[in-house]
Design a protein around this ligand. Structure first.
Ligand code: PLP
Length: 371
């Protein structure tokens, strides 16, 4: 089994992020069964909190899919895509591509709108694709974890509305860390995960369907992800699967902490710690991949300097300082480190600790910090 060591690993990668002692205590609460009267009240609490944290319009159905972020992604697609549905998929990195692939598996005719890895999508390309394809759905990743890029979701959703299309948004690396307003931005289906900016363990993924999306639900070919069956369980208490009470307690506590902090204050904290990190990187002579204005506050993609072996830096951080940062994916493997400052992991002292240890690890490889 896992050795319980005196020091936890400081989780500063692309997720999972650190969990607060409050959420850890919630994880230790006694087990309740999935239809216990006390337990279903906690589920109602989670649903209500999620509607507020998503800032979803009245009549929305928000809940948690028992699975990781990918299971919420699949729930979004499986209930909106039918064979032959025309979909415009914005692909600006690894997770945009995953959404496009998933839509294809459910029978969609997908038109991909791409951007170079490290840049946000140009909304005029989405407009052209909507006009030429006649698509009824647009999929887009708000915070692309593979590149550290923020996509212009609000502008894209406005274009989708003009074409009477639904907008499905991946907010896995943004919910609870960056501004997101489902009602004001006119989004239709939005999902996230529990292990990043929300500060809970992975395994119970928030999702919301607005009334507009609920009206346009397609028959679902998956049993586990069928929205009608999931609603029967979450709302009408009809057995569908054996919910993990432990994960529900943890998400409920994490959401309570978000509401106590306040959404705006929480976003501001993520922005401040991101800026602190960027300033510190600059003084080490390091830069990030996306241009200013397209950068996430939650996930920073740091460019590996010439001559530095990327994996060796991560090894020093992990083995000597108990700090985890992530590697690059796909075409960015070996070229970037992915540094997550999300939820409990978004804290000034962790930024300071990371910058200091980054310097040590780089100097081991004879890196010269600019004067
Ligand atoms: N979407 C984005 C943007 C992600 O960053 C991730 C995971 O990092 C996922 C989807 C998939 O989430 P999970 O790994 O929890 O299934």
């Amino acid at each position: 089994g896992v050795q319980t060591c005196a020091l936890p690993i400081f989780l500063l990668g692309p997720g999972p992020s650190l969990i607060s002692p409050r959420v850890m205590r919630a994880l230790a609460a006694p087990m309740l069964s999935h239809l216990d009267p006390q337990f279903v009240e906690i589920m109602d609490d989670v649903r209500a909190r999620l509607v507020r944290v998503f800032q979803a319009p009245e009549g929305s159905f928000a809940f948690g899919v028992l699975g990781t972020g990918t299971s919420a992604m699949e729930t979004a697609i499986a209930n909106t895509v039918a064979p032959g549905t025309r979909v415009v998929s914005v692909v600006t990195g690894y997770f945009g591509d995953r959404l496009a692939q998933m839509a294809m598996r459910y029978g969609a005719e997908v038109t991909r709108v791409e951007a170079q890895w490290g840049r946000a999508v140009d909304p005029t390309l989405v407009k052209q694709a909507l006009a030429s394809s006649g698509a009824s759905i647009v999929t887009i990743v708000h915070a692309e974890t593979s590149t550290g890029v923020l996509n212009p979701v609000q502008a894209v959703a406005a274009l989708a509305r003009e074409h009477d299309a639904l907008t499905i948004v991946d907010a896995v690396t943004s919910l609870g860390g960056m501004p997101l307003d489902v009602a004001a931005w006119g989004l239709d289906v939005v999902y996230s995960c529990s292990q990043k900016c929300l500060g809970a363990p992975s395994g119970l993924s928030p999702i919301v369907f607005t009334p507009r999306a609920l009206q346009r639900k397609e028959p679902c070919r998956s049993f586990y992800f069928d929205l009608a069956l999931l609603e029967d369980y979450w709302v009408r208490r009809k057995y569908h699967h054996t919910m993990s009470s432990t994960l529900v307690y943890a998400l409920d506590e994490a959401l309570a902490m978000i509401e106590e902090e306040g959404l705006e204050a929480r976003w501001a904290r993520h922005e401040q710690n991101h800026r602190l990190f960027i300033d510190g990187l600059q003084s080490l002579g390091l830069g990030v991949l996306p241009p200013d204005g397209e950068r996430l506050w939650t996930l920073n993609t740091v460019k590996v300097p010439e001559g530095i072996v990327e994996a060796d830096v991560r090894k020093v951080l992990l083995n000597e300082f108990s700090i985890e940062v992530g590697a690059g994916l796909g075409p960015l493997a070996g070229k970037i480190w992915r540094v997550g400052l999300m939820g409990t992991s978004s804290a000034p002292r962790l930024v300071t600790l990371l910058l200091g240890t980054f310097k040590v690890a780089l100097e081991r490889q004879s890196y010269r910090v600019p004067a």
